[in-house]
Design a protein around this ligand. Structure first.
Ligand SMILES: *Cc1c(COP(=O)(O)O)cnc(C)c1O
Length: 466
């Protein structure tokens, strides 16, 4: 009640009557992303009207702990005074001005900070608005780079992707994705891409043990590169963890191996850090953990602390230099979006980076990651938990009908969804990927709330998986 009044949304109408109007209009006019709308209407999704700290509040005044950081992007919580102030201050100057041939101090300052913090000579920032557009830009940059590079022009148009890859939902990003449920309907529209297997022991097919499967995965990369390197524009990878595939944590050392072998064959490496970037794996960028410097890095989700849409494709000197020259040489990258370099989004990104430093948030990630690891040992023993995967604050708890032989539940049961509904009753929001329960708390979440999250989710698993 109170919260709606505070926001002056309906001060003279009862919340209950407003709520039913909103619910009806939601069903009549809103098409939600990644949402089966028929089921959505039946399941009374929470109508969030405000958020503070790490809690969300719905129109009934019920509080929820956010266990998925607003789909993997929130960093410091909600109504963070420093972030709110950064936006207000920028709003007093200008909200947006074009970046096509023009510029603004705030977006320059952010590009400088990103260049400082990204590894190696990733020094040139191409802005866009979403993870998918950051990847889309990276793909086009890679192709045009080969056509213009100083070492001799080459036509290279093929990409290498991982099995289970997810890089966003625009057509180029879908072309390098490999999740059938999402990508199959568009098959005929997509460009040809080569696939390498995902080095994840739990997903070893029949006939392989852990070791022989990982060996197969390494060999597959060597084989494809040794045969087709001269066609390949770039190797695209989600470093350390494949998020949307079900929080698949790669075998340690694989990223470094991919960097070394792509270097050996002269193939640019595109690191999609959209999900893993900004602290979630324990370091600011996941690549740092294996001392890898990619040629192109894609950033989005956590970049603004979860406040506004902004993305960046950061490229190294070699790639950037291929686009230089007089306009008549035709080397320009003719690509961009109207809201590129948005000033409000840049302002809040800078404030979020500063807060990561000031509040020593990466130290908090270490604390809460080890607490999560401890707590996950409890749930791993549950008879229907087949596998628990963790890298930093990225967690996947995979449910199985029979864990002794990895028999999945009938997908019609929607076990993952049942657990999300049960957790919601306990005041916690999570969103599963099929039957993988995903926990992805904001990296600044204190350890007490980590316990609250684990309690609610583990109790929900107990309740549903009997
Ligand atoms: C979410 C995600 C994307 C897409 O980002 P959007 O902002 O939703 O377009 C791309 N790559 C990875 C690894 C992601 O997790």
């Amino acid at each position: 009640m109170s919260i709606v009044d505070e926001n002056n949304l309906c001060s003279d109408v009862s919340v209950e009557s407003m709520l039913s109007v909103w619910q009806q209009q939601d069903v009549d006019h809103v098409w939600h992303p990644f949402t089966p709308m028929t089921v959505y209407a039946r399941e009374s999704p929470p109508m969030i009207v405000s958020g503070k700290g790490f809690y969300l509040e719905d129109a009934h005044g019920k509080q929820y702990l956010d266990g998925i950081s607003a789909l993997w992007c929130n960093v410091h919580g909600y109504q963070v005074p420093e972030l709110d102030a950064a936006i207000t201050e920028q709003l007093g100057k200008i909200a947006h001005t074009t970046f096509l041939g023009g510029t603004s101090p705030i977006a320059i300052e952010l590009a400088f900070e990103l260049a400082q913090r990204t590894p190696g000579d990733l020094n040139h920032v191409f802005y866009s608005d979403a993870g998918a557009t950051a990847v889309e830009a990276a793909l086009k940059i890679a192709v045009q780079y080969h056509a213009q590079k100083q070492s001799g022009a080459e036509k290279r148009t093929k990409f290498i992707r991982m099995d289970g890859a997810y890089h966003g939902d625009t057509i180029g990003s879908v072309s390098i994705g490999k999740i059938d449920a999402f990508h199959k309907p568009f098959e005929d529209l997509l460009f040809e891409t080569m696939t390498v297997p995902s080095p994840v022991a739990y997903r070893a097919p029949q006939g392989y043990d852990e070791q022989s499967w990982l060996q197969y995965c390494y060999d597959a990369v060597e084989q494809i590169l040794s045969q087709r390197a001269d066609e390949v524009a770039a190797f695209v990878i989600e470093p350390l963890v494949q998020g949307a595939a079900g929080i698949l944590v790669h075998s340690s050392g694989y990223l470094k191996f991919v960097r070394e072998i792509t270097q050996k064959y002269g193939i640019p490496l595109i690191a999609d850090e959209v999900a893993v970037g900004f602290g979630k794996t324990g370091t600011l960028f996941a690549c740092e953990q294996e001392e890898v410097v990619p040629d192109i890095m894609c950033l989005a989700k956590g970049i603004t602390g979860g406040y506004l849409p902004l993305a960046a494709t950061v490229v190294n000197e070699e790639i950037y230099s291929a686009f230089l020259g007089e306009p008549s040489q035709g080397r320009t990258f003719y690509h961009g979006h109207t809201y590129t370099g948005n000033a409000l989004a840049s302002a809040v990104s800078l404030a979020s980076l500063k807060l990561i430093d000031d509040n020593k948030v990466l130290e908090n990630v270490a604390v809460i990651s080890s607490r999560l690891q401890q707590r996950l040992e409890e749930v791993a023993k549950h008879p229907h938990v087949g596998d628990v995967r963790q890298q930093g604050v990225m967690i996947g708890i995979e449910l199985m009908a029979d864990k002794s032989n990895q028999t999945a539940y009938d997908s019609a049961l929607r076990m993952g969804n049942q657990i999300a509904v049960a957790a919601r009753k306990r005041g916690v929001i999570v969103r599963p990927l099929g039957d993988v329960i995903v926990l992805m708390p904001a990296i600044a979440m204190p350890v007490q709330q980590i316990d609250e999250l684990c309690d609610a989710v583990f109790e929900s698993i107990q309740e549903v998986c009997v």
